[in-house]
Design a protein around this ligand. Structure first.
Ligand SMILES: [Zn+2]
Length: 255
């Protein structure tokens, strides 16, 4: 398993300062979160490419810009966010992009299905043409999006991924908040290709807990060797990030 940091935590900084902060903490790998890019710059992927190259960091994964569509009129905007994120993933040589379902949990089922289909009918073939794998993330009950448990994720995957090619980004914080960790692991353990690692409320783990140990053991039993991406709340102090990094460096030696 490979330790990584989501740079979304430094999204308030300018891009060069953002990546410098990641480096100063001693990380080698990042998940590039699209919220690190200001909207007016979102089409200038070469800026990001240059900044990443200058930092020497590896971009293992990219977190798509996301819009949880609450009306079919917003489908085009969600598609735009998805495609511009894929362009950025290509520029940063990220082989994997984390996506949400892109639909609001408030939509009635039939409309939800239509919006899901319309969004992913555009995004999926574009990702395929760029050779980028998509990984659907499990959400928390606090999210405006749809897809917090196995039942909801199955509904989404039935529509957008009938061939079972899509990966899963397992967000442990969300799984703990919804108390779905074991169910999600049982259903998707072998499809996981990215992990968002944090305790509830995106607080950093600074010591081992029984749930964390169980999670890592189960993931290891599924043969998981991908990123462990620390995805932390943006007010997390630097010392706490450093403590969490040290904990995972120690823990991951076992796997
Ligand atoms: Zn996440």
């Amino acid at each position: 398993m490979k330790l990584s940091l989501s740079n979304g935590i430094f999204c308030k900084l300018r891009l060069d300062g953002n990546l410098t902060a990641v480096k100063q903490l001693g990380f080698q790998n990042i998940e590039f979160n699209m919220k690190s890019i200001k909207k007016e710059h979102d089409t200038d992927v070469y800026r990001e490419q240059k900044a990443l190259a200058a930092s020497g960091l590896n971009c293992l994964t990219l977190h798509s810009a996301v819009m949880h569509v609450k009306d079919p009129i917003e489908v085009h905007q969600a598609v735009y966010y998805g495609k511009i994120s894929l362009e950025c993933a290509r520029a940063l040589h990220a082989p994997l992009m984390t996506v949400h379902s892109n639909v609001s949990k408030k939509l009635p089922r039939q409309v939800r299905e239509r919006c899901l289909r319309e969004v992913f009918d555009e995004i999926t073939p574009f990702a395929k043409s760029l050779g980028i794998k998509l990984a659907l993330e499990n959400l928390s009950y606090t999210s405006t999006g749809f897809g917090k448990n196995v039942e909801q994720l199955e509904e989404v995957l039935d529509v957008i991924d009938p061939d079972g090619k899509m990966g899963i980004t397992f967000d442990l914080c969300h799984a703990l908040e919804t108390k779905e960790m074991d169910n999600l692991l049982d259903a998707y353990g072998r499809r996981v290709c990215n992990v968002h690692m944090a305790n509830k409320a995106h607080k950093p783990f600074t010591q081992e807990t029984p749930e964390l140990t169980r999670f890592l053991n189960k993931l290891h039993d599924c043969g998981y060797e991908g990123p462990i991406t620390l995805e932390l709340e943006h007010k997390t102090p630097m010392e706490e990030i450093a403590k969490s990094k040290a904990l995972f460096e120690k823990l991951l030696k076992k796997y």
